[in-house]
Write a protein that binds this ligand. Structure first.
Ligand code: IMP
Ligand code: MG
Length: 419
């Protein structure tokens, strides 16, 4: 029993998203009952069309039902009883919803692109549902309009792991379009540096385009970078050679963040460093410890690639050690697997996004969208942003581009309707 528990629960739940898995389970029923693989033997075309129509109708009914369960959960949130909502009982890991989700319409939208109801051999998948949830989120944000703040993770969201936003990145015209509409943009990354130059190296294509554009300067200043999860704030500045100006911490720290003690920060990083050193030794990792002012990590020796298992083991062990420590209960931290490194940062992206909202004079969670690639419950750093705003979970930069196109398309539809 113990072994089974460890394998099925303790060791695997962090690799699953309960809400997505639950919806996937619901969708499996119409798939099994209505998506007949035998239709390929049927001579008449109508039977396939009929099957598709029935499957789609059933999928849509489920989407509508889930949409209503979420509305009920939101009503419970408002009454302070969301622990007792029906959805919470069905999906205990479910958190806070800052907006309703237009799941019915989002399914139709994605069905037209991914042909989910037409499929007879492949059931609605994790990725289908992840993308439906993203579409449902942006539909609801855009329809309630305007979307005031979009925050982006860096690696894997805006550029491939360890790469940069080059001048020909398809991200640039899309982010420019958002800025032109007056939307605020925050890049909320774990990458933690005190010098603007390091961020310029990663984002030069975007920063130079904003600099050279004829956007009014108040719009240009709507671009900010939050580094080290929630530690270093920079704002766009044409006058600086690196196009960024450091914003002193005392001017933007939220009241709760002001309570974080320097002595606790040192204690937590010392403890994390010990845990990381242990993993380095035990797993014979070919890497070294990198200690910074507000972070500590293991980075590989040049040219070396750590295996996924070693990265995950390191994160989970370190996280557990910190979680049960006294200092880990006083101070927010984020231990995550960066693809080929492991870092423990002081603070997390919920604080990073909240600080961005505060910097722009208090933007509401329901008007903010965070786009990122790391949403598993352990070892992932975008996950915490769910506490501060609505989110979209992308798998690579191409999906970020598609998401931004969806926002622009939906925005156009809403504008035409209002005209
Ligand atoms: P993100 O995906 O934009 O959040 O960036 C995460 C990556 O930034 C990590 O995988 C590291 O390679 C890099 N990085 C550089 N400095 C730091 C730091 O101080 N903390 C965490 N990650 C860092
Ligand atoms: Mg990332």
């Amino acid at each position: 029993m113990t072994t089974r528990y460890r394998v099925e629960y303790a060791l695997k739940t962090h690799r699953r998203d309960q809400l997505i898995e639950w919806i996937k389970g619901l969708m499996a029923v119409p798939f099994v009952l209505h998506s007949q693989p035998t239709a390929i033997f049927e001579p008449r075309k109508e039977s396939t069309e009929h099957m598709t129509a029935v499957a789609q109708r059933r999928y849509l009914e489920i989407m509508r039902d889930v949409e209503e369960l979420i509305n009920d959960h939101i009503a419970h949130q408002k009454a302070g009883t969301h622990d007792r909502s029906k959805l919470k009982m069905l999906v205990p890991a479910v958190g806070i919803f800052f907006t309703p989700l237009n799941l019915h319409d989002a399914f139709l939208y994605q069905d037209n692109r991914r042909f989910i109801s037409y499929r007879r051999f492949v059931a609605p998948s994790f990725n289908d549902i992840r993308l439906i949830l993203n579409t449902a989120q942006v539909m609801s944000l855009v329809r309630a309009g305007p979307l005031e703040l979009v925050t982006f993770d860096g690696d894997v969201t805006l550029y491939d792991d360890g790469q940069s936003v080059s001048p020909d990145s398809p991200m640039i015209p899309r982010i420019m379009q958002l800025l032109m509409k007056g939307t605020k943009i925050g890049i909320v990354t774990a990458a933690g540096y005190t010098e603007a130059r390091r961020y310029y190296e990663r984002l030069h294509g975007l920063l130079d385009t904003v600099h050279e554009s004829d956007l009014p300067s108040i719009y240009k200043e709507n671009l900010i970078i939050m580094g080290g999860e929630s530690s270093y704030l920079f704002k766009f500045s044409s006058a600086d050679p690196d196009r960024l100006k450091f914003v002193p911490r005392e001017t933007w720290l939220l009241d709760e963040m002001k309570m974080w003690q320097e002595s606790d920060i040192t204690t937590l990083l010392d403890l994390a460093e010990l845990a990381l050193k242990d993993s380095l030794r035990n797993l014979r990792l070919d890497g070294q410890i990198l200690r910074k002012e507000r972070a500590v990590g293991i980075v590989p020796k040049p040219g070396h690639k750590f295996c996924r298992e070693a990265l995950e083991e390191t994160v989970l062990v370190t996280q557990k050690i910190l979680e049960i420590s006294a200092v880990g209960r006083r101070l927010p931290f984020c231990a995550f697997n960066g693809g080929n490194d492991v870092f423990v940062d002081i603070g997390d992206k919920s604080w990073g996004v909240r600080a961005c909202q505060g910097f722009f004079n208090g933007i509401d969670a329901s008007k903010t969208l965070h786009v990122g690639d790391q949403f598993l419950s352990a070892g992932s750093n975008d996950f915490k942003a769910r506490l501060a705003c609505t989110t979209a979970w992308i798998a690579n930069p191409t999906e970020t581009v598609q998401l931004l196109d969806e926002i622009a398309e939906l925005d156009g539809l809403v504008e035409r309707k209002n005209r």
